[in-house]
Ligand binder design. Structure first.
Ligand code: PLP
Length: 392
């Protein structure tokens, strides 16, 4: 009693529950290999750490502007020009405490009872959680394995009605490692010309994490939707900075005042030293990013190859991010039972596909942000489970 009804609608991110459980089992003496949490296992590159330390030594201890320091917003604008080939005004960029907050603000801005918001399913769990919390109705965009975890733009457009306020897109994607095909993104952007009141949130947090030379296609590539497009990206994944809590959002002119006001209400501003570290990350040597991606690529092939030799398990080769979304339907176990068996009985932390939405049933997400040695060791254990389940 006393707590508002909407609190009961707030979901969670199972990855944090699994992280806590894995830590508990590890503390109790179990040899746990963590392929659960979605964070690079590399340290933040030293020059970035040094820039943060320097900022503290130089006295950057106070509040900054709510939307972030101007040098950082200019660095983000230069980065967008470099990688997405679009010139944007630094005044449209808001520095955030992580990528997540841009999505929460966007959903809060458009979500209310009677509104519908389209979101990827399976997808990052906070989309559905925050949509429900806002009072809006979540409408899933199915990302099916048979479509390469991409979508059909005509299908997405068919889900739009007069109540649709926002469409959330995520490419490269968590949890599937899939990439939405450029032709579908283009078709969607063109189709959206018929729906001028619908806004788009493009979650591009894995934009620098693609493989085999595949270029990331930003929704910014499509001028016809630019005045109603919110882009989310940040430092967490690309620069191994998950704990710094640093992200950015690019907002259309008319939304900037509202988003800034949300910043003032929720967090005032982002940690000042982290913002200075963020400038170094964007403007400094990019070779640590390339080295990290080369390591992820090697691990991607290892885990993909190993999973596909196991009875009852298949896995599509991920095209981006650092997740393998393995199909376990033939093993006969539900996703949740497989997650629990792997962790509690075999010390391998993974995430059930259903943590990412109902369409994730039959899948397990492996984060391959771990060493080759640990991935091999974990795969030996998964193989044993798969063999036992298949009666071998
Ligand atoms: N968007 C997606 C698709 C993610 O997978 C994540 C983190 O896992 C985030 C956003 C949030 O990133 P951050 O840790 O910067 O808040």
């Amino acid at each position: 009693m006393g707590i508002s009804a909407k609190m009961s609608k707030l979901g969670t991110e199972t990855a944090f529950d699994v992280l806590a459980r894995a830590a508990k089992l590890g503390g109790d003496g179990m040899d746990v290999i963590n392929l659960g949490i979605g964070q690079p296992d590399f340290p933040t590159p030293a020059p970035i750490v040094d820039a943060g330390i320097r900022a503290l030594s130089e006295g950057h201890h106070g509040y900054t502007a709510a939307n972030g320091i101007v040098e950082l917003r200019e660095a983000v604008a230069a980065d967008i020009l470099k990688y997405r080939k679009v010139a944007v005004n630094p005044d449209n960029i808001l520095i955030m405490p992580g990528g997540k907050v841009t999505m929460s603000f966007a959903i809060e801005m458009f979500g209310e009872v009677g509104a519908e918001i389209l979101y990827p399913n399976p997808g990052f769990p906070i989309y559905e959680s925050m949509i429900r919390y806002s009072g809006a109705t979540p409408i899933p965009i199915p990302l099916l394995e048979e479509n390469g975890f991409s979508f059909d733009a005509d299908h997405v457009l068919s889900l739009i009605n007069e109540n649709t306020r926002l469409i959330i897109l995520n490419t490269p994607a968590n949890p599937t490692g899939g990439v939405i095909e450029e032709k579908e993104l283009k078709k969607l952007a063109e189709g959206l010309e018929q729906h001028p009141d619908v806004y788009i949130l493009s979650d591009e947090i894995y934009s620098r994490m693609t493989y085999d030379g595949l270029a990331h296609v930003s929704m910014l590539s499509f001028p016809q939707i630019r005045d109603r497009l919110i882009v989310l990206d940040g430092w967490s994944k690309t620069y191994a900075m998950t704990g710094w809590r640093l992200g950015w959002g690019l907002w259309p002119d008319k939304l900037v005042p509202y988003a800034t006001r949300l910043c003032v209400n929720y967090h005032s501003c982002v940690n000042a030293a982290a913002q200075y570290a963020g400038i170094e990350a964007l403007t400094g040597d990019q070779s640590p990013v390339d080295e990290m991606m080369a390591a992820f690529d090697e691990r991607r092939h290892l885990i993909h190859g190993r999973l596909n030799t196991m009875p009852g398990i298949t896995c599509t080769l991920p095209k981006g991010a650092f997740y393998a979304f393995a199909n376990i339907k033939e093993t006969g176990l539900s996703s949740r039972d497989m997650q629990d068996t792997l962790l509690d009985d075999h010390g391998v932390a993974t995430i059930s596909g259903t943590s990412f939405g109902a369409d994730g049933e039959g899948y397990i997400r492996f984060s391959y942000a771990n060493s080759l040695e640990n991935i091999n060791k974990a795969m030996d254990r998964v193989e044993k489970v798969a063999q036992e389940l298949s009666g071998l």
